[in-house]
Design a protein around this ligand. Structure first.
Ligand SMILES: *Cc1c(COP(=O)(O)O)cnc(C)c1O
Length: 357
């Protein structure tokens, strides 16, 4: 909105939101790392010391010699990763609510020249392995798009978490049928924070082949990393990135924030903080009569069913949040920037809205 539309700038006004973790700004660690990289001339297109250091830090984080690429956003990371694992007559199996199915405008199909997404149900936003197996084995004839990849979101779109064993079981199943496993980790840090396991344990050690590692929702301005745990799968991925318009010429500024986040530990602290805020919010909302929880809060989002006109009243009171999950259902998302004061304000506003509903 233009500043003069309201007669004042909106920047210093309180903006009441639990809409998304990408409403937050850039965390200090990422911001400082950008500033530190803003010196002198360095080679372009990733051939620079910042990019090398960021890749090294991601290898350290995952305790393995993986191949790392930096792209601008999660849609590019997911769709290019999936395209690199598939031919046009293959299919990708994912959950009904998976971002790759619902929120990428067909980019995975577009970049893979027609690979079909097969989406299946599963409670709590998680894939059920029986359903996955049925989708794989339903047909084996030439008329059916051959299942080639299993895509898992961690943390899921509804804020639930796969355990280490669940990831391992999904990867085992995929492996039995010759499928690769791609993980959408837009909120991977929140999953690490929730599980208290190492990044390696919940990815390649469990059988994940490629991870799309989220940066923006974790506190960076922009950028996600595509991490190939099997280097041979990354063959010519650099060309794919370039063709898709995802090769940053000033790559150091996509890479540097990762250095700031990883060296300082902010990536994990930010996620722990966001998860803690969500847990506090869940606790407080549950104590309000008429409000019920839709999914267990395991990461940084809280999904609740609000009674009557409560959601509408809350909106009317100036609060921003998503209701894509169905009528009466509201999603409240916490980020590194959310404060306990914000949580208390929202809880007070929900109490008022519920009382008036
Ligand atoms: C936000 C998000 C992404 C990335 O979205 P972009 O807007 O393309 O960066 C990917 N997967 C999930 C589950 C997300 O929530």
């Amino acid at each position: 909105m233009a500043a003069d539309e309201k007669g004042s700038t909106t920047t210093d006004q309180i903006y009441n939101q639990f809409a998304s973790d990408n409403y937050a700004g850039i965390c200090p660690e990422a911001w400082q790392a950008m500033a530190a990289a803003n010196q002198g001339f360095v080679p372009s297109y990733g051939d620079d010391p910042w990019t090398e250091r960021a890749c090294g830090l991601i290898r350290d984080l995952f305790e393995t010699d993986c191949q790392v690429f930096f792209v601008f956003n999660g849609t590019a990371a997911n769709s290019l990763a999936l395209a690199s694992l598939c031919l046009s007559f293959h299919s990708v199996i994912c959950h009904d609510l998976a971002h790759v199915e619902t929120d990428e405008c067909g980019a995975p199909e577009f970049f893979s020249n027609g690979t079909k997404i097969l989406h299946i149900e599963g409670a709590g936003g998680k894939l059920e392995l029986d359903a996955v197996e049925r989708a794989i084995t339903r047909r084996s004839d030439i008329h059916y798009p051959k299942p080639r990849v299993l895509s898992i979101t961690q943390a899921t779109e509804v804020g639930t978490i796969y355990t280490v064993d669940e990831i391992g079981a999904a990867c085992d199943l995929a492996g039995r049928y010759g499928l690769r496993v791609q993980m959408d980790g837009a909120r991977f840090a929140n999953a690490v924070a929730a599980l208290g396991k190492s990044p390696a344990e919940i990815t390649w050690k469990a059988g994940v082949d490629v991870l799309c590692l989220g940066g923006a929702k974790n506190g960076m301005a922009v950028g996600e990393a595509v991490v190939f745990f099997k280097k041979e799968l990354a063959a010519e991925f650099d060309y794919r990135c370039k063709q898709a318009g995802q090769l940053a010429s000033k790559m150091r500024f996509l890479a540097a924030p990762w250095i700031g986040m990883l060296e300082s530990g902010a990536w994990l602290r930010n996620a722990q903080h966001a998860n803690r805020c969500a847990a506090m919010l869940e606790r407080e909302l549950l104590s309000i009569k008429g409000v019920s929880i839709m999914y267990p809060c395991q990461a940084n989002s809280v999904f609740v069913q609000l009674p009557g006109r409560a959601a509408e009243l809350l909106r009317g009171a100036g609060w921003h949040f998503y209701t894509f999950i169905g009528s009466g259902g509201a999603r409240f998302m916490c980020s590194w920037q959310t404060t306990e004061g914000d949580v208390r304000s929202l809880v007070d506003a929900v109490k008022l809205a519920v009382a008036g509903a």
